[in-house]
Design a protein around this ligand. Structure first.
Ligand code: URA
Ligand code: SF4
Length: 217
């Protein structure tokens, strides 16, 4: 990512922060644009902000986010190694009797919010995208993507050299019991695979650049 693109990404964020393009803008506290290292070869894309994310304006800071941090750590990474964002930038929830209930974003909301996600990925140009959960994979890899069958495998993707989808930490939290890790080890494994692919792609680029420079002399 060039210095110019970093400036453009910040510019895009400033515009997204006041977006009212879909109905989710009405009840949100903060737009959760994304954060981390925009120069990273790996971008993680989740589903959408929850309660804690809406309150703080930061992606993956609630219970699911804490599990994601733990998985990153086990994979030998930290949040500073990657860039993290979501498919939709505002919290999707229904209000009943004055209380919010989280729900998945609708197709319409997801499509509307691509006006931020697509230029965001176009500017960052990640080598690899790790889709966190099925909605992200359906948005960025293929509409009919099947998370249980196809997770952990390299997939073609319009916005990166390759994409991998993994289990959502919120799903893992629901599956976990005393005798079952709920798929946590798979999440760690998928992060490792995504990072390994990103490193390999960087290596190949460096090699071809080196070759290019020897040919120029
Ligand atoms: N779940 C997501 O998909 N994204 C977040 O930012 C938090 C929870
Ligand atoms: Fe805009 Fe996306 Fe928020 Fe909808 S979810 S208001 S499109 S930023």
């Amino acid at each position: 990512m060039t210095d110019e693109s970093v400036v453009q990404l910040d510019n895009l964020k400033q515009r997204a922060m006041v977006c009212t393009a879909c109905d989710l803008s009405e009840k949100r506290t903060n737009v959760v644009f994304g954060e981390g290292n925009p120069r990273s070869p790996l971008v993680l894309v989740g589903e959408g902000p929850g309660d804690q994310e809406d309150k703080t304006g930061r992606p993956f800071v609630g219970r699911a986010g804490q599990l994601l941090d733990k998985a990153l750590l086990e994979a030998g990474l930290s949040r500073n190694h990657v860039y993290i964002c979501n498919t939709v930038k505002c919290r999707a929830c229904d209000w009943r009797e004055g209380k919010p209930y989280n729900r998945p974003p609708t197709d319409e909301e997801t499509i509307t919010c691509r006006q931020w996600l697509v230029p965001q990925l176009d500017l960052i140009k990640p080598r690899v995208i790790l889709c966190i959960g099925a909605p992200s994979a359906k948005n960025l890899i293929r509409r009919n993507f099947q998370i249980t069958k196809e997770r952990g495998k390299y997939q073609p993707c319009e916005f990166a050299k390759t994409a991998i989808a993994t289990l959502h930490p919120a799903y893992i939290l629901r599956q976990q019991s005393a005798t079952n890790d709920g798929g946590f080890s798979l999440l760690v494994q998928d992060i490792q695979r995504a990072w390994a692919a990103a490193q390999k792609l960087l290596e190949q680029e460096n090699l071809s650049q080196e070759l290019q420079s020897t040919l120029e002399f």
